[in-house]
Design a binder for this molecule. Structure first.
Ligand code: C2E
Ligand code: MG
Ligand code: MG
Length: 573
């Protein structure tokens, strides 16, 4: 049995509402030993006292038949108020028939007249107060105020209780999340945000009444549902979506759901919800689907990711992480001229084989490790530039990728300048590529970082241009020195008129911004010719060369030098 939180040391105040003086006196004498007692002669007087003291009153003893406002009328008024209905009411009555109606109006107990058993009266008063105080504590700590669903802690307490009571029942862990909820709050205000949360919670509770299960709101716009197993919980999403459309606002509200199906019941409860949460999270940028299941495959992927994270130190120490170089050519002259290179990381894992950066960079961006990785790549690139200067007598500028995460590093500038200093280089030697979406995700911080780097003399290329959502307004003021067309525009330019138009449009934008354009992912002569005619200045792609080892790149430089000696152009002016 749970212990009551009733504390004997507090002196509580109770109100006796009774029109007969003698009854007031008898009850007052009995209760007065333990309670401060106030008196009212009818409903109206009582209401005045109740309204002024509110929940400082621990209990009301209420006669039913009184002149003016009677007991029923008072009960009805109290029942309509959220605050006042919290005060427990014991009805004083001589008639059995009055009990049902009083219960329906919210009374918690009865004391029958005449008042000849003081011990029983005191016991009932005490029990009603204790019950109501306990319920209040439960309501305020177990239930989330906004949605009336369980808080995180109690959600798990009850979920565990359910599995203990009925361990053979198969249940699913569901995590639901409202997309871009912070924007809903910002654009429509917190009150509307709360309305949205309540609409979702209402639909969830309704669904669970039929489907069986419990729900909680552990935080923000996230809901946990522990429901009896079903092959599909799609009707839950439909119910929430229809509740959203019932709000009749212009807001575009989307809900997504991750499911960890019941067969993983051997896994600890919290972990099942973590898994459902990760499944839900995997839908973050997916605008087509709104349900994801935590599957074995997903589990395998997570183990793989953890393996990569664990192996980074070794990879750096044992040079399994290498930096390769892909040449960039200036194409507007009569012959393409080798002008610079992009440094691209490669991982030759002794057990897992070659791993593409597309696999591990996003992972390391999520946990911050990318800062170490990038610092390593920049250092290797700087060492290489130095070596080409010293051994081949040429300065080949190398562009390195700067992750969006680096832009939040307070030591970024110091790190980059430190590396240049160490190898006797200047900012002209190291170009910086920053992906367009970094600007749009968090423009304030990114713009500050970029401006600082440009003041130091670094040239900034906006990578993957066209994949983010820069507004024209933003582009006008954005600090960049070149834009790098996103590859996806290029793969179809020979077949798609739309893509050709887009390239022309981007060339116009670049002109408007006053910066040169680099195209990457150029694989064949047709693409090359089209881009050259469209006015693209620099081209990078398999058409010229895949990314290659530093040794092979040295050969490419030597070939370019030989061509130069045979009357070609100077590649590095
Ligand atoms: P990115 O910076 O846009 O790099 C260009 C990607 O396009 C490279 O892929 C390159 O190998 C590939 N590519 C170049 N030409 C062609 C072509 O003609 N056809 C095709 N199909 N692909 C071509 P990679 O090396 O796999 O790198 C993928 C992405 O990973 C990079 O995109 C960049 O965002 C990231 N990345 C690579 N190295 C680093 C690094 O050192 N640090 C950071 N933060 N990110 C890196
Ligand atoms: Mg790049
Ligand atoms: Mg790119």
């Amino acid at each position: 049995m749970r212990q009551s939180a009733y504390n004997n040391n507090i002196r509580r105040t109770i109100l006796i509402v009774e029109d007969e003086y003698i009854n007031q006196q008898i009850l007052g004498n009995i209760a007065g030993e333990q309670y401060d007692v106030l008196y009212a002669n009818n409903g109206l007087e009582a209401l005045e006292i109740i309204r002024s003291l509110k929940t400082r009153l621990s209990l009301i003893l209420l006669d039913l038949i009184m002149p003016g406002m009677n007991g029923y009328e008072l009960l009805e008024i109290l029942g309509k108020s959220d605050t006042l209905s919290r005060i427990p009411v014991i009805v004083l009555t001589g008639e059995k028939s009055a009990e049902l109606k009083s219960f329906q109006l919210g009374a918690v107990d009865f004391i029958t007249k005449p008042f000849d058993m003081p011990d029983i009266i005191m016991a009932r008063i005490r029990r009603s107060i204790a019950l109501s105080e306990d319920t209040y504590i439960i309501q305020t700590t177990q239930l989330d105020e906004v949605t009336q669903l369980y808080t995180r802690e109690y959600f798990f307490t009850y979920a565990r209780q359910q599995t203990d009571l009925d361990p053979d029942r198969v249940r699913d862990a569901l995590v639901l999340n409202i997309s871009h909820f912070h924007l809903v709050n910002e654009m429509y205000g917190r009150d509307f945000g709360d309305t949205v949360l309540r609409a979702a919670a209402g639909a969830i509770s309704e669904y669970l009444r039929q489907a069986g299960g419990i729900a909680g709101r552990p935080e923000g716009d996230t809901f946990y549902v522990f429901a009896d197993h079903r092959d599909s919980h799609a009707p839950l999403l439909e119910a929430i979506e229809s509740a959203f459309s019932g709000l009749g606002s212009g807001a575009r509200l989307r809900i997504r759901m991750g499911v960890c199906p019941g067969d993983g019941a051997a896994v600890e409860l919290e972990h099942r919800f973590d898994r459902a949460a990760r499944a839900c999270h995997s839908l973050r940028n997916n605008y087509l689907e709104n349900v994801a299941f935590f599957s074995n495959e997903m589990h395998e992927r997570e183990l793989y990711s953890e393996r990569l994270i664990a192996d980074v130190d070794d990879a750096i120490g044992q040079r399994h992480l290498q930096v390769w170089y892909q040449p960039k050519y200036a194409v507007q002259g009569s012959e393409p001229v080798l002008g610079s290179a992009e440094a691209l990381i490669r991982w030759e894992h002794p057990q897992l084989g070659t791993i593409r950066p597309g696999t591990f960079i996003p992972l390391f961006e999520a946990n911050g490790l990318v800062r170490r990785l990038d610092r390593y790549v920049w250092t290797m690139a700087a060492e290489q530039i130095r070596s080409w200067k010293d051994t081949l007598g040429v300065s080949v500028p190398v562009s390195v990728n700067v992750s969006r995460v680096d832009l939040f590093d307070p030591l970024l500038e110091e790190t980059l300048l430190g590396i240049l200093g160490e190898y006797g280089l200047t900012p002209e030697d190291l170009l910086l590529e920053i992906t367009e979406s970094a600007y749009t995700d968090n423009s304030g911080q990114v713009l500050r970082a970029v401006e600082m780097l440009r003041r130091d003399g670094f040239k900034i290329e906006m990578d993957d241009f066209g994949s983010g959502y820069s507004s024209l307004n933003m582009l006008r003021s954005i600090p960049v020195d070149a834009i790098k067309l996103d590859m996806k525009f290029i793969c179809n330019i020979t077949t798609s008129g739309v893509d050709r138009q887009l390239v022309h449009l981007i060339m116009e934008i670049a002109k408007f911004m006053g910066v040169p354009v680099v195209a990457e992912g150029v694989e064949n002569r047709e693409q090359m010719e089209f881009l050259k005619d469209a006015g693209v200045d620099i081209i990078q792609g398999y058409y010229f060369s895949k990314p290659v080892t530093p040794q092979r790149f040295s050969e490419i430089i030597k070939e370019a030098q030989a061509a130069l000696r045979n009357g070609g152009q100077n590649a590095y002016d």
